[in-house]
Structures are given as C-alpha cells and as structure tokens.
Design a protein around this ligand. Sequence first.
Ligand SMILES: [Zn+2]
Length: 537
Amino acid sequence: MLPGLICALKQRGFNYLYCHESQHYFEGELGIQDGSTHQILMRIHRSFTSPPEILLKSVPRGGSSPLPHITPTGGFCYIDDESIVFDCFDPIAYTYNCLNKAAEVLWRIINGELDDDLKEEFYSVWPGSAAFADFETPNFGCCHAIFFRKDVKCHVLAITDDTDRTLKKLKSFGILPDYLLMPGYRIPTSASPKPDLSAWPPKTLGELLTWQQKLDPICRKKILERVLQGALAGKPACAIVIESPRYTYGFAVYYPKTTSGEYAPKRLKRKIAPQLEIKPLVLDRLDYNYISERNIPGLKTFANKRIAIVGCGTIGGYLADVLMKSGAGTNKGSLTLIDHGWLAPGNIGRHRLGFPALYSNKAKALVDELLSQAPTLRIVAIPTSALEANIYSYDLVIDATGDEALGHWLRQQLPPNTASLSVWVEGEGVAVRALLWNSPGDACARCLFEANRQNRLRAVNEPIHQIRSGHGCEGLYVAYPATVSLHAAVLAGELALDWVNNKPSPKLRTRVLNSNFTLATPDCSPPAEPGCPSCNS
Ligand SMILES: [Zn+2]
C-alpha cells in the first residue's frame, strides 16, 4: 500500500523522506485559496489508522501573535481525531481528503475566521508550566501556593485552600516535595480568557494587567491589589489563580530582592509593580468536585450526603467503590462502611479486596483500600454488626448484606427522613434486584417479602431453587461469580445516583442475568403492603 501512496502523493508534489518509529515522513506544500503555499512536514502512521499529522515548517503571520489550532512550533490541528475514522484500506483517498481539509482550515485561520476558537483552546496558547489546583471550597480570596524550595524561581507545585490535604494527595502519587509556602489568591471573573493578539504572551505584571483590562477591568484591579498584598508577606513570590467559567488559569508573580537582601519591599509601590516578572501556570485540577462531576455533567454527585453501607461483602465492596467515584465522602458528606466480618481466603474470589486484607475486618480494610485510592475523602469504618452500630444519622442507608431478616429489621429502626436501599442477588446469580425506600408509602424489603410470598412482584417467572454450596452447618454460601456482584453493585449505584438527583423511580429494579429465566416484574415503584410491621404502613 505504501508504494501506491508514495506515488499518489508525488503527483501532489510530496517527497517521501523516511520511516522512523512506525511513521512515514513526507514533505511538500499546502496550497490555499488565496494562492499562497505553505511548506509542511506530514507524518503518517504505517497502520493507516489515524489522519496524517501535519507540521507547518513556518508559522503564518511570522508567529508574532497566537493563531487558533496552530502551536508556536507549527503543530497544526486541522481535524478532530475522534471525529473521523480513517479508512486503513483506502489511505490514498483519505490522505487526499485530509490534505484538502487542512488547506481549507489553514485558509480560514489565516483569514481570521477562527480567531474565536482561541477562547476554546486557551491553554494551547497560555505558555505556562504545569501546576496543580486543589480547591474544595468555593471561597475566593486568600489561599496557599506550594513552591518547590530548591527551585522557587522555576516551579510552583500546587495552589490550594488546604495545604495538608493537598500534600496528602501529592504524597499518594509519590511527590514528597521540599516546599515553601507562599501567598496565593483566587480571583473570579466572568470573562473567558482570549489571548491578546497584539502582545503575547505577557511577561511582566504590566503586560498581564493590560491584557486583563481588555477582558475584565474589575479582575485587573483585584490582581494588582492582591500582588501588593502578597508583598507584605515578605516572600519571594505569590501565585494568583483566575477562575473563569470555562478555564481556571494562573500565574506566579516574583518579587524583587531589596538592597538589604529581603524579598518584596514591604510597601511595594503601585508604580513599580508592573515591572514584576510573571510566569504563567497551566493548572491541573485535583479537587474531588472536578473529579466526580466531570463524568456526569449536569447531575448531582453524592457530595455532602451522609451514606452508610451495611455489609462489606462482595456487593458492598464494589458498591463502595462505585459510590466513591461519584463523590461519596466529599465536601461535608461521608461514607460509612459497617461490617463485623473478616476477610477469609474463600472470599477473595469475588471480593473487591485481596490477599493484603486477609483476616482483616472487611469494613476497616475496605476503608484503607479506598483511602489509598482517594486520600482525604471522609470514609469511615464501623467494624461491628449493624445491630450494634449507630445507624440513625444518615441520609441513605444501604443494606448490601443479602440478609433478608436484617433488611426487615433495618427499615423498622430507621427514622422516616433516612432513605434506605436494599440490594441483593436472587438464587445463584439468576437476577440482581435493588429496592429504594424514599418516603412513607414506599414498599420496603419486608413489603416485597410479603408480596413475593403471595406470588406478586417476583423477579422471574420460573421457580428459583436456592442451592447452597459448602459442607455441614458451617461455611454454607450461595455460589455465583464476581460478575454477578458487580451487576448488583452497579444496579444499586444507579438507583442511589437517581435518588440523589431526586428521580428515585422506578424504586424496584430487576436485572435478569441467567438466560434460562424470564423477567416477571418490570421496573416499578410498588406501594407499601398494608400493615407492614417494618415500614409501619
Ligand atoms: Zn414495609
């Protein structure tokens, strides 16, 4: 296929250069609508599974001002990789199409038609070094900037509203910085950042303020005030974070040394401030709000909710994981895991935990595991039976024990403003079910037990024979694979997410997993059984 492509591209004026690390390199010209031509280097992967990468040998407009979709080194983003499936069986036609597309996009860029895209891709022109942002509170104003001690001039590590919490997070992925704390400030703006095409990038505070004046004069004023305020700390630098609706970006400001060797003359003059050196920062967010919200935009997470899971067996273990990923234990919320059992070798085959947790209390070991994945979350263990635990101060209590009698007892104990969710497996993985009790009048686990006895609201039409494995009176269990527990955890996780988003119906959900069985009760919200002793209907 390559010889054909080389031949076809030659007709379009392209020379084949060489192959390096699975990439074929070509050079040639891209001619655009106004008659001008632009020298390019083109790189095509030998698998022909992605569009050619194009590098402009010289940046149009002489690189004096930023251009949308073109990096300062000539990298040219003319197509969204995700939006096109490159046909590896017809690379010639597809390469031609890509070149035509590139010529069209380049013409529109040079013509200024795409300048507004610079707003969308601000970070590609903000020439900052990477730093972490970790704000769990919405409060603007003073915060802290963690700088590497060794290299204050070059590196800001993180900007945070809680130094201890951020250091814990950093430590969890191996960053143990020898650090200095400097003042930090968070400033809000409603203006989306767009580069100043006449002078870019800003190198001094003065240039930055001129740019901000065009975007948001109030923000400019606040920046200057904060820089002057930071000088009073007598530190070598401060960091400023600008929070706009679309981007959070930042920069470090470096104070000069005075003749006496001190940093930042205590009364930094407004006149002198514009000469201060600045360094842009590209911020990577570490806060849990961002982490849990980005995959469910528009939905509420479990932030601020007090949730307890009773039973840290195979279902509870995976369920704790699922809830954690959606914000459980963040902000003022908490995730409490209740179980008095310990992990035996026989449990490992379908449990979230493994060998390191053997013979440990399941609740405690699960908390340790989750905190190692998401340090600083509020996740706590109660290593006792639910019968002994305080279960009265939660927004949602989830029964993942699969113990029917316990489920009946639990709803009777809970106050009416505590929702409860039961999740269990029917038979040997025939089906998984979840039931939410959200307000008086809803069916509880006991109501469902009563209905099932009368052959109503059953999971499947066929009879289920509960087969227990193991020997004698001890160690009996119902055999089903880990995949069944995962199905159950996912079903309960979805129902809980719907609950927190005030869309709890249908409150009884069933997923049949064994194809020899058929669904008997479509998802619905059954009413309580009259006279139920558990939910006091
Ligand atoms: Zn009931």
